[in-house]
Design a protein around this ligand. Structure first.
Ligand code: GLN
Length: 495
C-alpha cells in the first residue's frame, strides 16, 4: 500500500470510498507521522484519542454509505480557532489553559463534513508575524532545508506556520489558517503547498480569535488546488453569528477547475516588479505568465498605482484594530491572572507577563495611531489609502479577470535571520497585504524551486467573490509547474 500520509485529500476520499483502507488506518498513519516529526514543533496540542474516536465514527458512516464531503480526513486546526473542550491559546501565554465551551463556525463545518481533528497547530502569537517565531510555545520549524550546505533550520512562514509545516510534513492532510496580511499565502509559498484566503466575508469569523477584524479571513491549506477547493467549499457560507459574513450561496468550487484559461484575461500589475526583488522570483513570475498564456489566457498589463502605500497603511490599520481587540485579555475573563495591589495593577501585571514583545509592539503602535492627537494623521489617512488601494483593484478588473503576482519577495529564510529588524520582517508581506486591504480572494500555489532548492509560490488574486476563477487559475499553474519536490527532512514512521 502507498504511504497513506502521502495521499491527497481527494485520493484519500476515493480510497475510503473504495474501502481500500479505513478512516482509522488513515488517522493512525497521521498520528505516527506527528510522533515522528515532533521536532518541527508544529502542534501545540495533539488530540490523538479524539481523532481515533472521530475516525471510528467515520468508519461507521462509510460502512453505512453515508460519506460527508471530508469524511475521515485528518486535519489540523490553527490554534486561533476556538475548539470545544480543547485548549485554544492563539500561541499566547495570556490564553494558556483556556478551554472554549464552543466551537468556531468554520471548524464546526469541517467536523460536520466528517473530518477528523488531529490537534491544534501553532502560529505566531495572535497571528502577528511572518515566521512563526513569536509563539509562546517556541519556534515552528519548516521541514525544508537549503541544498547548499547551509544546515540552519528555516521558518515555515507565518503566522500560520504550524499549519504550513504540518501539511508539508504530512502530519495532516489539510489545515485551517487565517490570513490578515498574508498568513495563509506566505507560509504556503515557503513550504511548497497551496493556500487560499477567500474574499472577506466568505467564511465566518465567529469563534476565531480576532487580530484585525476588518482584515482577518479563514482559509484552507492543502497540498493541491483540488483539495483547497474542496475544503473551502466546506468552510464557506453565511453565518448569522458574524455580521460581516456574506449571505451568498457557496459555489461548487471543485467544478471550476476546468484545466484551461480560455476566455480569461490575466492582469500583470507593473508595480509588483519591485526594485530589489531577486531574479529568481521575477523569473518564476515570467514562467507563470507563460503557462497561463499557453493555457489560453490573454495577458494584459495593469497598474495598481497605490501599491507602495499598502504596507505602511496595513501596519497602521492592523495594529489599531489589534489594540482594541486585545483589550479583552485582562486577567478577568480568560487565561492566567497575576494578582496585584489593586485592579489596575492586576491588569498591568497580567498583560505585561501574558503578551510577548511583538504583540506589545503592535498594541503600542495601535493605541498611538488611535490617540486623539494622532488619529487624523495616521489612522484616518491609512483608511483613505485603503480606499485608494481598493479602487486600484476595481479599476484593474475592468481590464482583466484575475491577477498574477509572486507570492513572496524571497524563499524561506533561516530562523533568526530577519529578527533584528521588524521592518525587514514586515516587508515579507509586500505582495500580500494589498489583497487583505481590498478584501479580495488570493491564493498561493507552488511554482518551482529557488537556486537553494526551496519552494517558491505564485499568487493569484481574484475579483470579489470570484474564488472560482482564482482556483481555476491555480489549478492550471499546478498542472504546468508539476511541483513534485518534497521536504527533505520528514521522518517516516509506520503506524
Ligand atoms: N505578517 C503579517 C503580520 O504580521 C500578516 C499576519 C497575518 O496575516 N495574520 O501582521
Amino acid at each position: 500500500m502507498t504511504d497513506l500520509t502521502d495521499l491527497t485529500i481527494t485520493e484519500a476520499l476515493n480510497g475510503l470510498k473504495a474501502k481500500k483502507f479505513s478512516a482509522t488506518e488513515l488517522t493512525r498513519a497521521h498520528i505516527a507521522q506527528m510522533d515522528a516529526n515532533r521536532h518541527l514543533n508544529a502542534y501545540i496540542t495533539e488530540t490523538p484519542e479524539l481523532a481515533l474516536k472521530q475516525a471510528a465514527e467515520s468508519d461507521k458512516r462509510i460502512a453505512g454509505g453515508q460519506m460527508g464531503k471530508l469524511e475521515g480526513i485528518p486535519l489540523g486546526i490553527k490554534d486561533l480557532y476556538c475548539t470545544k473542550g480543547i485548549q485554544t491559546t492563539a500561541s499566547s501565554n495570556i490564553l494558556k489553559g483556556f478551554v472554549p465551551r464552543y466551537e468556531s463556525t468554520v471548524s464546526q463545518k469541517l467536523l460536520d463534513a466528517g473530518s477528523v481533528t488531529l490537534g491544534k497547530l501553532s502560529c505566531d502569537e495572535f497571528a502577528m508575524g511572518s515566521a512563526n517565531t513569536t509563539s509562546a510555545f517556541g519556534n515552528v520549524i519548516s521541514p525544508w532545508k537549503r541544498n547548499n550546505g547551509d544546515s540552519r533550520d528555516l521558518v515555515p512562514g507565518g503566522s500560520s506556520g504550524g499549519s504550513s509545516s504540518a501539511v508539508s510534513a504530512r502530519m495532516c492532510m489539510g489545515a485551517t489558517g487565517t490570513d490578515t496580511g498574508g498568513s495563509i499565502r506566505q507560509p504556503a509559498a515557503f513550504t511548497g503547498i497551496c493556500g487560499i484566503k477567500p474574499t472577506y466575508g466568505r467564511c465566518s469569523r465567529w469563534g476565531i480569535v480576532a487580530f484585525a477584524s476588518s482584515l482577518d479571513q479563514a482559509g484552507p491549506f492543502a497540498r493541491t488546488v483540488e483539495d483547497c477547493a474542496l475544503m473551502l467549499e466546506v468552510m464557506s457560507g453565511h453565518d448569522a453569528k458574524d455580521s460581516t459574513s456574506a449571505p451568498l450561496p457557496v459555489p461548487d468550487f471543485s467544478k471550476a477547475l476546468t484545466g484551461d484559461m480560455k476566455g480569461l484575461k490575466v492582469g500583470i500589475p507593473k508595480e509588483y516588479r519591485m526594485e530589489g526583488t531577486p531574479d529568481e522570483i521575477l523569473k518564476s513570475w515570467d514562467e507563470g505568465i507563460r503557462w497561463l498564456k499557453d493555457a489560453g489566457a490573454e495577458i494584459v498589463d495593469v497598474s495598481l498605482p497605490h501599491t507602495q502605500y499598502a504596507l505602511p497603511a496595513y501596519y497602521i490599520i492592523a495594529p489599531a484594530e489589534c489594540s482594541s481587540n486585545l483589550a479583552r485579555y485582562d486577567g478577568v475573563r480568560y487565561g492566567p491572572r497575576i494578582e496585584g495591589q489593586n485592579l489596575k495593577d492586576m491588569y498591568e501585571l497580567t498583560r505585561a507577563k501574558g503578551f510577548g514583545a511583538e504583540v506589545k509592539r503592535r498594541i503600542m503602535i495601535g493605541t498611538y495611531v488611535l490617540s486623539a492627537g494622532y488619529y487624523d494623521a495616521y489612522y484616518i489617512k491609512a483608511q483613505k489609502i485603503r480606499r485608494l488601494i481598493t479602487n486600484d483593484f476595481l479599476e484593474a478588473y475592468k481590464k482583466c479577470d484575475v491577477l498574477l503576482t509572486p507570492a513572496t519577495p524571497s524563499a524561506a529564510f533561516a530562523i533568526g535571520e530577519n529578527e533584528d529588524d521588524p521592518v525587514k520582517m514586515y516587508l515579507n508581506d509586500v505582495f500580500t497585504v494589498t489583497v487583505n486591504l481590498a478584501g479580495l480572494p488570493g491564493m498561493s500555489v507552488p511554482c518551482g524551486l529557488s537556486a537553494d532548492g526551496l519552494p517558491l509560490g505564485l499568487q493569484i488574486i481574484g475579483k470579489p467573490w470570484d474564488e472560482a476563477t482564482v482556483l481555476r487559475t491555480g489549478h492550471v499553474i499546478q498542472k504546468a509547474a508539476n511541483f513534485v519536490a518534497k521536504p527533505q527532512t520528514i521522518i517516516k514512521k509506520a503506524a
